[in-house]
Design a binder for this molecule. Structure first.
Ligand code: NAP
Length: 271
């Protein structure tokens, strides 16, 4: 990698970010495409100072993660309609100190799902009503799916369902749920509680595709159970890959080297 006085800087902001897999993907993409740029991790939760800093230092673009995705909106010059509808920005581009925010999380999820099944008219059960559920439900509704949201805090499920015109249920109703696609957007099953699963294996038979957005561990109990029943699966790593592909293309205006990014991601994720 060449680093000189003309090297452009990109990065990720959030807290924590030292575990992030994004630097591996984006640096591999810059290398492959010959773009003179580096991508770094900045651990911070002060979005106002970050926005000042990127204008001052000429940082060209940022990925934005927890806890900054909502709070950064007030410090940007413009936010596209999609990010407005989702209420969160995960990508910022700096053009001559003008900061634009978009959301590629929904693109990541939808692209990953569409690699195994068409979404239009499918019945989709979404577990969770947090930030990532919001982006995914937005994408599913946009693609013409019928969505049912299941959440521990029923009021949050109700709010999200009302906003996007979906139905909602309590988590207790999940064992009896049926549909084409089941998506876990909660942190259930994530390390260090990797033995947990949001839905028992015996209740998965009602679905044709199961997706888990948790990617640590790479294969959650939910995905293992689904695979063992012969159900098609979509991993959280695929969502992560395709949201990064969207970011690269937004920043550079060039087609992303998807296979290179995928390889770098798998390598980094395997430690
Ligand atoms: P969030 O906004 O904090 O929402 C968390 C959701 O999980 C809420 O619906 C919450 O329910 C539910 N939840 C948490 N612990 C639970 C438990 N023990 N039992 C039942 N429900 C529980 O978080 P987020 O930003 O949506 O992120 C959620 C997960 O997605 C994280 O593991 C994150 O790493 C992962 N993620 C992956 C990608 C990717 O690209 N693959 C992208 C973003 C996030 P309540 O409303 O009841 O609290």
């Amino acid at each position: 990698m060449r680093v000189d006085a003309k090297t452009s800087i990109y990065g990720i902001i959030g807290k924590p970010v030292t575990h992030s897999l994004s630097p591996a993907m984006h640096n591999a993409a810059f290398n492959k495409t010959g773009i003179n740029a580096v991508y770094l991790a900045f651990e911070t939760d002060s979005v106002e100072k970050v926005c000042d800093a990127i204008r001052t230092l000429g940082i060209r673009g940022l990925s934005v993660t927890i806890p900054n995705k909502e709070s950064i909106i007030g410090f940007l010059d413009s936010v596209d309609e999609t990010a407005k509808a989702i209420g969160a920005v995960n990508t910022v581009k700096n053009e001559d100190k003008r900061l634009t925010g978009i959301n590629t999380d929904w693109i990541g999820a939808i692209t990953a799902i569409k690699s195994v099944i068409e979404i239009k008219n499918k019945e989709v059960c979404v577990i969770g009503a947090g930030g990532s559920a919001r982006a995914i439900v937005y994408g599913l509704v946009r693609e013409g799916a019928k969505v049912n949201i299941f959440n521990r805090t029923i009021e949050r499920a109700q709010l999200l369902a009302k906003y996007f015109g979906c139905s909602y249920s309590s988590l207790e109703a999940l064992p009896k749920a049926t549909g084409d696609i089941l998506i876990n957007t909660t942190s259930i099953g994530m390390k260090p509680k990797e033995k947990q699963t949001p839905v028992l294996k015996k209740h998965l038979k009602n679905f044709s595709v199961v997706m888990d957005i948790v990617y640590s561990p790479l294969e959650t109990v939910l995905l293992k159970d689904a695979k063992s029943l012969g159900i098609k699966t979509v991993s959280g790593l695929d969502m992560l890959l395709f949201q990064a592909v969207g970011q690269f293309e937004f920043w550079t205006g060039r087609k992303a080297p998807v296979e290179t990014m995928k390889e770098a991601l798998r390598y980094a994720a395997n430690g």
